[in-house]
Design a protein around this ligand. Structure first.
Ligand code: SF4
Length: 467
């Protein structure tokens, strides 16, 4: 029995978190194989919105080939006497939650990264038009956010039209993000938390601060504040910052308390500005992953739309699997692209001086925010496709991390040049994996959520070993 009698499938929170596999899908909309896709919310004057109007530009679901993949643009235009543009990010992020209430319909990610699937069963039950999806969205928007008085929704699947609208959507995100820059974490006494992704990652809480954008890149501190004000019982809530426990790592007593409560004790401590020890949890819809590369003691960054394999031979999907699920995984950090524009970006780990590799596309997007003396020293897929090439590139460009290698390798070489060193001191994470199989004595040992530490990592060229 559906929550809405005129919708052919059920609608409710129990369907959140449903995954639809390729074999079960009727159609896919957006997703990794579609370059251009987007969802965008706009606040409009009351007289420019026709309440409940659903427009479909291009083929509707029923006209799509079974198993086909199509571009998609979703435009939600909302109006109300007491809403303004500050709420656009909040309204937009609700698309994700509300669409996932629909039985057999999956919505992942956000903004220009959306990935939707409709399952065959729901299609066979009659969910064959965007008209139904639009109706569900309109009703949920108006019942859950009553300050929205009118809402109209446009679904665009015509490829040429999606291409035409895509740059406008990208510009709208940039304008929104730019407004949120400038404020510092020290300037506010409240942060905001979001648990929208707990349906997929139960121990995940996004801690949104002025200088640490949400993992999905869709909610700024200002969006968090607006959301908590208009819907205090909703998924976004205020966090009293509390005492500053550790300025370098970004530890705040209020954050620890809230995260502990909201994860039912699963996560007790969060360090906001580092990828080590107690990093911010990673849900599943982060825009990018920062991953530690032990061979060079630096970080690589890869974004969701990067198609190839990264410099350590792993694709985004593999790195994302090692990171996601609401866990705190040492050396793996799910994050937004906007966080890379923040002065707090991995600040405790060395910030940009510790980044050694990232896709060219990401470098281009954030280049204005990367210190001028480091930008050319960071490799992309055009400079290095494996660790050896990366080491050579970093040495040639005199990346600051190279000085660290020299500093660490020199005393080790003096003490015992031929074998591994064991020294007192901080433990260095060498490898982290969700599942790490080891073969030993005819047995396969599988370590779950493994973290391997070494007292010292020594990087020595093979040539010097032989001589
Ligand atoms: S990534 Fe974070 S801010 Fe974004 S929807 Fe998920 S929990 Fe909320």
């Amino acid at each position: 029995m559906s929550m809405f009698k005129d919708i052919p499938v059920d609608v409710g929170v129990i369907y959140e978190g449903e995954r639809i596999r390729r074999n079960d899908m009727q159609v896919e909309l957006g997703g990794p194989s579609m370059k251009e896709k987007f969802e965008l919310a706009k606040v409009k004057p009351l007289d420019e919105v026709e309440d409940g109007k659903i427009t479909i530009i291009g083929p509707d679901i029923k006209d799509m080939k079974e198993g086909g993949v199509y571009p998609l643009g979703i435009l939600v235009e909302a109006a109300g006497a007491s809403i303004d543009q500050a709420l656009e990010g909040v309204i937009e992020r609700r698309i994700h939650g509300y669409m996932n209430y629909i039985e057999g319909f999956m919505h992942l990610n956000q903004r220009y990264d959306i990935w939707l699937r409709l399952c065959k069963k729901s299609f066979q039950k009659g969910l064959n038009s965007f008209d139904y999806i639009g109706k569900v969205l309109v009703r949920l928007f108006k019942s859950e956010l009553p300050i929205i008085e009118k809402v109209q929704i446009t679904f665009t699947t015509d490829p040429a039209k999606v291409s035409e609208l895509y740059p406008e959507a990208m510009q709208a995100y940039e304008t929104r993000d730019a407004k949120a820059r400038g404020l510092k974490d020290e300037d506010v006494d409240k942060f905001y938390g979001c648990v929208l992704c707990q349906s997929f990652a139960p121990s995940h809480v996004c801690v949104i601060t002025p200088q640490r954008y949400s993992n999905c890149g869709a909610i700024s501190w200002f969006d968090g504040r607006a959301s908590a004000q208009i819907d205090p019982k909703g998924p976004v809530f205020a966090i009293e910052r509390g005492e500053l426990v550790n300025a370098e790592k970004g530890e705040f007593s209020g954050v620890n308390e809230t995260v502990k409560k909201r994860t039912l004790g699963e996560v007790n401590k969060v360090w906001l500005y580092t990828a080590f020890d107690h990093p911010h949890t990673s849900c599943g819809c982060f825009e990018a992953v920062a991953f530690y590369i032990p061979e060079v003691d630096g970080f690589g960054v890869v974004n969701r739309s990067f198609k190839g394999v990264t410099v350590n031979g792993l694709a985004f999907s593999t790195l994302a699997d090692s990171t996601a699920g609401g866990r705190q995984v040492d050396g793996f950090h799910g994050m937004s692209i906007e966080y890379m524009r923040s002065k707090k970006f991995l600040a405790a780990d060395g910030g940009w001086d510790r980044v050694v590799w990232l896709p060219k596309e990401v470098k281009e997007r954030v280049k204005e925010f990367v210190p001028a003396d480091i930008i050319d020293k960071i490799a992309t897929e055009e400079n290095a496709t494996n660790i050896d090439a990366l080491k050579a590139f970093l040495k040639e460009k005199a990346h600051p991390i190279v000085a660290k290698w020299t500093a660490e390798a020199a005393p080790a070489a003096e003490a015992a040049p031929a074998e591994a060193q064991m020294e007192e001191g901080a433990m260095i994470p060498v490898a982290t994996a969700a599942t790490l199989p080891i073969m030993a004595g005819g047995f396969k040992i599988i370590l779950k959520d493994a973290k391997i530490y070494a007292k010292k990592v020594i990087i020595r060229s093979m040539k010097s070993e032989k001589s």
